[in-house]
Structures are given as structure tokens and as C-alpha cells.
Design a protein around this ligand. Structure first.
Ligand code: FAD
Length: 515
């Protein structure tokens, strides 16, 4: 709990070191560890923390080989830790190789700059000079040769070998190698432009570029929009047969039919379905809110704000919007300091009986179907609902934070997944105040959703049929992606906004499968 008061929380994918766990984390770890020693009162540390968090997201896939930790030296309870490692200035970053012994003090990062790319390169430099024992999960990082490639498939049980051709100063090959570390059936190696026999054999003229190499010596160029790390990693993680370690391979929709008790409803992965939005409303209003017996204080304010944004912005069928509007005007008229769920429900069900207003009872997931009953569904619906609402508010609203505040307090007070609620509240507390216009509200929710996707990629809750990705991927919106002069991936926010406003717009929502 003391670590929570520091600059990082459990949502940041950074191991929070304390006196209690320092030995179990640092000593004999199978992964190399990077540790930031900081003091929560130090201005430089506060200024550096967003970079360190961004680094953690950027190299999330590398965790089995190299992981990030942080310790707050301002916390009394951690004094011994910082003393043991002889830390005097903040922030200090040290590299601990895998299988470190208790007396090992770590290798300091000298003159590190406050940018993710430089830090990532420094980590690769340190990893590459890592002596024995090498972190077992870390693939070889040195350049490969014709000789090695010739016998590659005899000694490696993989379907694909990706070769990244580049010059000696480029880090892309090593970065992609580590980005693919948690995926089966594929290996990635870098090839230097000076490795003449391979360069000539494959006819490589562009550096970097990526080729897929097969047993028997066949090869093809990997087609990507831009020759850069993010594009290679995304494309390679999606090659046929490549799956995240420990996850079952994707199956056909034929097989999916047998996994779920509901009949599988074929759908277009690139569209929003009204059936999901109505199912979400049903579940939220009748089941999730039903877990409350009374609404009072903040919960009551939260309920009113939620129903109010639904009444204003839900782009549904007239019968459904009639019900929401009626429910809203009733709710806003309630002046008491508490409302029972029973009273709320009575009003809801009464409205649902009337000839021109209803909310279908029960769920009928379509775009939010999961390959197993415990995947996707309601949380998918909640995200979709609020994306749609921010997009509606963009053309109809005036208060930039109205929808997001309603979402924040709904999630905080009512969302059944309490861990999710805690994470979401952390993000909202950090950055929601920065939303000052309606378009930035749309973009805020999109970017926070991607932070959650990053954190959950590979988690148990991930449906193997619907892997968590940074969304929209290049094959959905190519113009949304770009690279900076230094080769780092960046989003073209103008294009992303354009994409979101279209993707979630009311006139594109499909009405298939509605009752
Ligand atoms: P979802 O992430 O639910 O996304 C639904 C659909 O939205 C996708 O299919 C895609 O079409 C689209 N989409 C994806 N990314 C974006 C984006 N960036 N912007 C716009 N649209 C996008 N689960 C946990 O295990 N731990 C948590 O801490 C956690 N926190 C959550 C917090 C909130 C507020 C919510 C609503 C859910 C949270 N969940 C959490 C659940 C998790 O985020 C997913 O909703 C769930 O795992 C189902 O995933 P999915 O594959 O259906 O995709």
C-alpha cells in the first residue's frame, strides 16, 4: 500500500518495489530488470514518470526477457532498499541482469534522456552485452548469417523465420525480435546490410525491410505500409499460424457455434451493431444497476448523469430513445435524496410496456460475441456504448466532459468489474481534466481504451479470437498511422478522429438481429 502513494500504480505495468518484495523481484529473476529509483517529492522524477510509464507500455511484450520496476526512495519503508543499492540522486536507473545475486548493485544508465526511444535503445545495448546466464526467454539478438539461416529450420521448431535487413546502427530488428517474443511459430532475426550473401540472394535493396524465409530457401517480402517497427510487429503477430504462447489457435466460425450456448451470429468485424448497444442498456439498467438497493449521494448523482447522457445522445430506435427520455424526465424530477432501485425499475418496466417505448429484455450480442461465454460481451458493449455517445456528443453536445464524466462516475459507482473500475479511475484522475473540447473527448476515450488494450494484451481475459491490439490497426485505417523522423510510430490524430467519427456514427450502426 505504501507504494501506491508514489508516482506509479499497479495499472502502469511497472513492478512496484518495496522492502518486502525487493529480493523476490530482483534476485535470481529469470528476466533482466530495469529499476528506477526515485523520490516522489523530486520534480525531475515527477516530470520523468510519464516517460517511464510510456516506456512500460512500449516494451510490454518484452517482459519475459526484461521487465521494469520502480521504487520510491522517499517512502520511509523503502529506505533500506535505496541504501543497499547506494542510490544518491533521483531518478537513477539501474540494469540488473537475469539471475542477479544479492550483492549485485546493478549497472547504472548514464545520461539517459527523457525519451522512450533512447531508453529502449539503452536497454537493448545492455541486453546485448548481457553475459551468461542469458535470460532464458530472450531470443538471440546478434545479427544472423547465411550459414545460420541455412540450418535454421533444422534446429528451430517454427513455421516462419522473419529476417529484418538493416544497417548496424538500426535497432528495429532487435525491437521486433523482442516484440514477437511471446508468440509461437515465429522467430525473428536481424541481418546486417553487410551480410552480402543473404542480401544478394534475396535481392534486398531497402534497409530496413523484412522478408519471410521458409525451409528450402523460399522467401517473400513482408508487405507493410511503412518500413518501421510497429508495422513489422503488427503484421508478424498476425501471420497465419502465429499465436500468442499458451493461447489456442483461432478457429473457424463453424467451430465457434459449438462453444457458446447461443447460436453464433455472423457479423462484420468492422461495424457497430445496435443489438450490442441495446443489450448493453438492458444489462446495465436491469442487471448491473439492480445490484444496488438504493441510490443516494454520489450514486444518485451518477445515475442521473448517466441516464441524462443516454436520453440526450443514445442514437437508437425511436421506441428505445422514447423510453430513455421518459425515464430521464422522471428521474430528473425526483427531488428526494434517495431513490430505491425498485422505484427506478418500476418506472423502467412501466415504460417498457407502453406501445411506443421499449427496451428489449435479454441480451443478443453480435459484434461483442465471444468465442466462449466468459469472453467479451458486456464490457465490450460498455466501451462501444460510450464511444458512440462521445461521437454523438461531438455533433450535438456543448460540454466537452459531459459524457466522459458520466462514464467515469458510472464505472466508478456501478461497473461490476471492480478491478477495471479502479484502473479506469486512475486514468481518469490523471488525464480527464485535459479534455477541453468535444473532439478531444472522442480522442481521449479512444486513447485510454488503447492503454487498456495494451495492458490486457495476452491476459487471461483476452479472447484468442479477438486479440487486444492498438486500434484501429493499419489494415483498418492506414492513414491513422504514421512514423516520426526518428522512425517511431505515431498516430495521425486528425485521421484517427475522422475515422472514429465515421466508425461510431449513428448512420453506420447496423440493425441486424434486432427483435
Ligand atoms: P473491447 O476492449 O471491449 O473493445 C470492444 C470493441 O471496441 C473492439 O472489438 C473494437 O471494435 C473497439 N475498440 C477496441 N479498441 C478501441 C479503441 N481504442 N477505441 C475505440 N474502439 C476500440 N478488463 C480487465 O481484464 N482488466 C481491466 O482493468 C479492465 N478495465 C476495463 C475498464 C473499462 C472502463 C471497461 C469498459 C472494460 C474494462 N475491461 C477490463 C474489460 C476489457 O477492456 C474488455 O472490454 C473485455 O476484455 C472485452 O474485450 P473485447 O475483445 O470485446 O474488446
Amino acid at each position: 500500500p505504501s507504494a501506491e502513494a508514489g508516482l506509479y500504480t499497479a495499472s502502469d505495468q511497472i513492478v512496484l518495489l518495496t522492502q518486502e518484495n525487493v529480493e523476490s523481484v530482483l534476485i535470481n529473476s529469470t528476466a533482466a530488470m530495469i529499476v528506477e529509483f526515485y523520490a516522489s517529492w523530486c520534480g525531475h522524477c515527477v516530470a520523468f514518470s510519464p516517460t517511464y510509464k510510456a516506456l512500460a507500455r512500449d516494451i510490454k511484450e518484452w517482459k519475459p526477457a526484461v521487465d521494469l520496476a520502480a521504487v520510491d526512495c522517499a517512502d520511509q519503508e523503502n529506505r533500506e532498499v535505496c541504501k543497499t543499492y547506494k542510490v544518491r540522486g533521483y531518478p537513477t536507473i539501474q540494469f540488473f541482469h537475469a539471475y542477479s545475486k544479492p550483492d549485485y548493485e546493478g549497472l547504472p544508465f548514464r545520461d539517459f534522456s527523457r525519451n522512450v526511444q533512447d531508453l529502449r535503445h539503452k536497454i537493448l545495448d545492455k541486453l546485448e552485452t548481457h553475459g551468461e546466464p542469458w535470460p532464458p526467454a530472450c531470443p538471440p539478438l546478434e545479427p544472423t548469417s547465411q550459414m545460420e539461416v541455412d540450418v535454421f529450420f533444422e534446429t528451430n521448431d517454427v513455421k516462419h523465420l522473419a529476417l529484418i535487413f538493416e544497417d548496424a546502427t538500426s535497432y528495429v530488428g532487435r525491437e521486433v525480435t523482442l516484440d514477437l517474443l511471446q508468440f509461437d511459430s515465429i522467430a525473428v532475426r536481424r541481418v546486417l546490410n553487410t551480410e552480402e550473401s543473404l542480401v544478394t540472394k534475396l535481392g534486398v535493396t531497402e534497409f530496413p525491410s523484412c522478408y519471410l524465409y521458409y525451409p528450402g530457401g523460399n522467401f517473400t517480402r513482408l508487405r507493410v505500409d511503412i518500413e518501421a517497427r510497429a508495422f513489422y510487429s503488427y503484421a508478424l503477430q498476425r501471420l497465419p499460424g502465429v499465436v500468442r504462447s499458451g493461447k489456442p489457435p483461432p478457429v473457424s466460425t463453424e467451430l465457434l457455434k459449438n462453444n457458446t450456448e447461443d447460436p453464433w451470429r455472423p457479423f462484420d468485424k468492422f461495424r457497430v451493431y445496435m443489438a450490442d448497444l441495446e443489450s448493453t442498456l438492458h444489462y446495465s439498467l436491469r442487471v448491473e444497476l439492480g445490484a444496488q438497493s438504493v441510490f443516494q449521494g454520489r450514486a444518485l448523482t451518477s445515475l442521473k448523469a448517466y441516464i441524462s447522457v443516454l436520453a440526450k445522445y443514445f442514437p437508437g430506435r425511436p421506441i428505445v430513445t422514447n423510453l430513455l427520455k421518459d425515464l430521464n424526465s422522471w428521474l430528473q424530477k425526483q427531488t428526494g435524496d434517495r431513490i430505491s432501485y425498485e422505484a427506478f425499475k418500476e418506472k423502467l418496466e412501466n415504460d417498457a410496456q407502453s406501445p411506443n417505448s421499449t427496451l428489449p429484455d435479454g441480451v443478443r450480442w453480435v459484434g461483442c460475441q465471444g468465442s466462449q461465454p466468459h469472453f467479451r460481451r458486456y464490457p465490450c458493449g460498455v466501451w462501444t456504448l460510450f464511444h458512440v455517445l462521445t461521437v454523438q456528443a461531438n455533433s450535438k453536445g456543448s460540454d466537452p466532459q459531459e459524457v466522459l464524466r458520466a462514464m467515469r462516475s458510472y464505472v466508478h459507482n456501478f461497473f461490476g468489474c471492480r478491478e477495471c473500475a479502479g484502473h479506469f479511475e486512475n486514468m481518469a484522475a490523471e488525464t480527464l481534466e485535459q479534455v477541453t473540447s468535444l473532439p478531444t473527448a472522442v480522442l481521449w476515450l479512444w486513447s485510454r481504451h488503447n492503454v487498456v488494450n495494451n495492458r490486457l494484451a495476452g491476459a487471461l481475459s483476452e479472447d484468442p479470437q479477438f486479440p487486444k491490439i492498438q486500434w484501429p490497426p493499419p489494415d483498418m485505417c492506414s492513414a491513422c498511422h504514421a512514423v516520426k523522423d526518428n522512425g517511431e510510430h505515431t498516430w495521425n490524430l486528425t485521421e484517427v478522429l475522422k475515422f472514429l467519427l465515421t466508425y461510431f456514427s449513428s448512420d453506420r450502426i447496423l440493425t441486424d438481429y434486432l427483435e
